[in-house]
Design a protein around this ligand. Structure first.
Ligand code: ADP
Ligand code: MG
Length: 225
């Protein structure tokens, strides 16, 4: 997947330790995987199948949630160590030359400090729920410029390593120790004008009509190449 001729530097972001559990397989937590754990459907998106109950702290909760996802969503499971930290969204545009736009963040303003902070299905799509818990998407504030540069570098590397073209949103967690953890790459993020990708692009100097034109041109060029 790494384009030839491109230097491969080590990534400075980690990924959460994880296990995959197929439907029908024995449900057991490998001992190396430490609680708390987040149990997710392997192939869904938009946080379908992710709720506060996905956050598990005992083997019994783990088994129950894995079984629930297997049965209700009829799909395999990925269970990851839960990474506590700020939730950052990094939007990138380009094929050869990449443009990284200003970083967005999901804020959990009214969620008590000791509660898990997860972009669950309701956290994304239920306006009432978002209001109740003070969930808000905004531009990330107070990040040291050197850290922003490191985040940008890391996200470019992830984009290249995964051979993404045209545009993507990379989702990360930033721990209290300023360690980066790579959660997910979205090669087809929502492009609505009031969503994170377009808002980031606009702040980065690309108004919505120009953004859509750039994406269209990049897409056509990729299709021709
Ligand atoms: N390992 C993890 N540690 C902490 N939070 C996580 C972890 N994995 C997922 N999350 C939370 O759950 C959300 C959705 O997970 P994700 O893997 O991106 O699924 P989807 O593809 O449905 O968006 C993330 O945006 C994040 O808030
Ligand atoms: Mg996601």
């Amino acid at each position: 997947m790494i384009p030839t001729g491109q230097r491969c530097e080590p990534l400075v972001a980690d990924v959460p330790d994880f296990v995959m559990i197929s439907r029908g397989a024995r449900i057991a937590r490998p001992r190396r995987l430490k609680f708390p754990i987040l149990v997710k459907p392997l192939k869904e998106e938009a946080s379908l199948g992710i709720s506060q109950a996905s956050f598990v702290e005992t083997d019994e909760q783990f088994r129950e949630r894995v079984l629930f996802v297997h049965e209700k969503y009829e799909c395999d499971v990925i269970a990851e160590e839960y990474i506590e930290g700020r939730e950052l969204y990094v939007s990138i545009l380009g094929n050869q030359r990449l443009q990284v736009f200003p970083i967005r963040e999901l804020i959990f303003r009214e969620v008590p400090p000791d509660e898990p902070k997860i972009a669950t299905y309701r956290a994304k799509w239920d306006e009432e729920y978002r209001k109740r818990w003070g969930l808000q998407n905004q531009f990330a504030e107070g990040l040291d410029p050197a850290l922003v540069a490191e985040i940008e570098r890391t996200c470019r590397r992830i984009y290249r390593l995964l051979a993404i073209d045209c545009y993507a949103r990379i989702d990360l967690r930033l721990t209290a120790k300023n360690e980066l953890c790579f959660i997910e790459a979205n090669p087809n993020p929502i492009l609505a004008a009031d969503e994170d990708f377009a808002l980031s692009a606009e702040k980065g100097g690309l108004p919505y009509p120009q953004l859509i034109e750039r994406i269209t041109r990049l897409g056509l060029k990729t299709a021709r190449d």
